[in-house]
Ligand binder design. Structure first.
Ligand code: HEC
Ligand code: HEC
Ligand code: HEC
Ligand code: HEC
Length: 459
């Protein structure tokens, strides 16, 4: 593909910092920061705006992911995500959306606040291990009342005095060190990615024998900077039974979980990563406000605002650029749907084998091990929020493997069933309506796709 670019280097020139006063140390309230930096503050508050814009799959509406991708109901049954799982929206809503979601999702405890409130680092300092394990409401109750619904704030990314970018989350610093990367000597361009990687990563909440959380860490111990692959994450999950956070109802398998691995997928050798492009380049493009030039703090899909983020570097038309994104996403979605449905078929085959007397335990164990691999790979790409765009080649590689493992898992389970004398249907009924626990929202219509998603168990 021939790409026209007019950039000199990838780290765009720094904007002028206009500072009229100093922010008090530890100041959490974005409105106080906004008095000194009104342009960034106004831009930041635009994150309240919803709408899908030019997106086909993403955008800023908290759409129900379970009705978009119904096979997830089977894959996630027994886990909070299988009850309610929504698309992300603007950063100002992050704590509110957590308070509003089905309570099963907050069950682990205070640990869930780690990426949802700017008070998380200080609560963890103050409460120690109790921060992770006390009930969610008890830890949330320690946030000042006026900020009980406050989402992202300036202090999550900036040092108040110099306005330098900072890593405020301890677990990212620890994870970088585990890969031999010193969090204290990061370049400015690396920080323009890593401030985002504080939360846009997959993490593990290890549990004790009573399933109470004992901490939170990023499973990067077997990875290298620029190369964090699902295989290495899977190896960390499997290295300790404490990392198995839930048990699948349908298959009876204890599993870990993969959450929004934006940084991992992106940094694993994608074309843009190798060219030195940062998250902020695409999600916080420069903009003119009157005579000033600022970094947009309206963090959103780059498909909004006519691909302005991309045309900072690319000379092609916005329409061409959008087509590239949608083409990549369609291809990823297609393979993800096939892999997801195949994994769901495997889960139902294993369910039946579990209930059948006299099945060959060896074959069933093999089927379960293959299913696990398929599960981690499907979730790695479908929980990631770009639907493949951040790293198209890697997304297809992982999904190809997912499909292969899912098919083999189903074959092994079928073999076990046939050997035990069972008649096995050509296709298993996924019984989706049985797993759609919220019921009330059985149909979702997405006008921009002109498509209805239903829970009726067949579509
Ligand atoms: C080369 C440009 C580019 C880079 C670099 C990039 N992204 Fe994206 N990102 C996109 C595009 C394009 C989408 C898909 C948007 C859509 O479909 O509306 C996207 C989607 C997302 C979404 C979902 C948006 C939504 O509307 O729900 C999140 C979250 C996200 N990116 C975070 C990140 C993070 C974190 C990084 C760095 C680790 C990053 N991105 C790096 C271009 C980029
Ligand atoms: C998610 C991380 C994040 C949050 C939260 C955040 N910023 Fe920024 N901010 C950035 C990044 C990235 C840059 C670009 C820094 C660079 O290129 O060196 C930046 C740059 C700035 C600058 C320098 C001038 C400019 O526009 O480039 C100011 C001033 C600023 N931010 C103010 C704020 C204020 C005020 C808030 C809260 C209302 C805030 N920021 C919240 C990430 C963040
Ligand atoms: C403190 C944690 C945290 C940090 C830091 C953070 N994010 Fe997010 N981000 C979230 C959460 C949580 C959501 C989902 C919020 C919701 O749906 O309520 C989100 C949502 C998003 C979305 C979707 C917005 C939309 O309109 O759909 C994008 C894009 C995004 N983040 C990109 C970034 C980028 C780029 C950075 C760094 C400049 C960053 N985030 C830093 C936690 C964070
Ligand atoms: C900071 C600069 C920068 C930004 C912003 C940027 N790109 Fe790129 N893009 C590059 C560079 C550099 C390459 C690699 C060019 C090459 O090697 O030929 C590239 C490559 C690509 C390619 C070809 C990928 C491939 O596999 O060869 C596509 C498609 C693309 N960009 C789309 C986008 C879209 C869409 C956006 C906005 C969401 C975007 N880019 C934002 C710099 C940028």
């Amino acid at each position: 593909m021939l790409i026209g670019l007019f950039l000199a280097g990838c780290a765009p020139a720094k904007t002028q910092l206009v500072k009229t006063a100093t922010i008090p140390p530890g100041e959490v309230d974005p409105a106080v920061w906004g008095k000194v930096y009104p342009l960034e503050y106004d831009s930041f508050m635009k994150q309240k705006e919803g709408a899908q814009g030019q997106s086909k799959y993403k955008g800023s509406e908290p759409l129900d992911k379970l009705s978009e991708y119904p096979y997830q109901l089977v894959l996630l049954d027994g886990w909070g995500f299988g009850i309610e799982f929504n698309e992300p929206r603007g950063h100002v809503y992050m704590l509110k959306d957590q308070l509003d979601i089905d309570p099963s999702r907050r069950k682990p405890g205070g640990v869930c606040l780690s990426c949802k409130t700017p008070y998380a680092p200080q609560l963890k300092e103050k409460l120690g291990i109790d921060y992770f394990r006390l009930p969610y409401d008890q830890v949330h109750g320690q946030i000042p009342k006026n900020h009980a619904e406050l989402g992202l704030s300036c202090i999550d990314c900036h040092e108040p005095n110099t306005m330098d970018l900072v890593i405020s989350r301890w677990f990212l610093g620890d994870a970088l060190k585990a890969m031999g990367k010193d969090p204290l000597t990061l370049t400015r361009q690396e920080k323009r990615t890593l401030v985002c990687a504080q939360c846009h990563n997959t993490y593990i909440i290890p549990r004790d024998k009573e399933m109470k959380p004992t901490g939170l860490f990023l499973p990067w111990q077997k990875s290298q900077w620029g190369h964090i692959a699902i295989e290495d994450i899977e190896a960390v999950i499997k290295s300790d039974p404490a990392n198995l956070e839930w048990k699948s109802n349908i298959t009876g398998i204890k599993l870990g979980h993969i959450r929004h691995p934006e940084f991992e997928l992106y940094s694993n050798g994608s074309v843009h990563w190798k060219a030195g492009v940062a998250c902020a380049d695409c999600h916080m493009p420069y903009e003119r406000v009157g005579s000033a030039k600022i970094s947009s703090h309206h963090v959103e899909s780059p498909l909004k605002e006519d691909m302005r983020a991309c045309t900072q570097c690319h000379t092609q038309s916005p329409q061409w650029l959008r087509e590239q994104v949608i083409y990549i996403q369609d291809r990823t979605n297609n393979l993800a749907t096939r892999a997801g449905n195949a994994a769901a078929q495997a889960a139902k085959a294993i369910e039946l084998a579990n209930k059948t007397t006299g099945v060959d335990e060896g074959l069933l164990t093999e089927a379960k091990a293959l299913y696990e691999k398929a599960y981690y790979r499907v979730e790695f790409i479908t929980a990631e929020n770009s639907l493949g765009f951040h790293n198209p080649e890697e997304a297809l590689r992982v999904l190809g493997d997912a499909l292969y493992y899912a098919n083999r898992a189903e074959m092994k389970a079928r073999e076990a069933l046939v050997k035990a004398g069972m008649t096995v249907p050509d296709k298993f009924d996924l019984e989706l309506s049985k797993y759609a626990k919220r019921g009330t929202k059985g149909v979702l219509y997405r006008p921009e796709l002109n498509k209805e998603f239903t829970f009726d168990g067949t579509k």
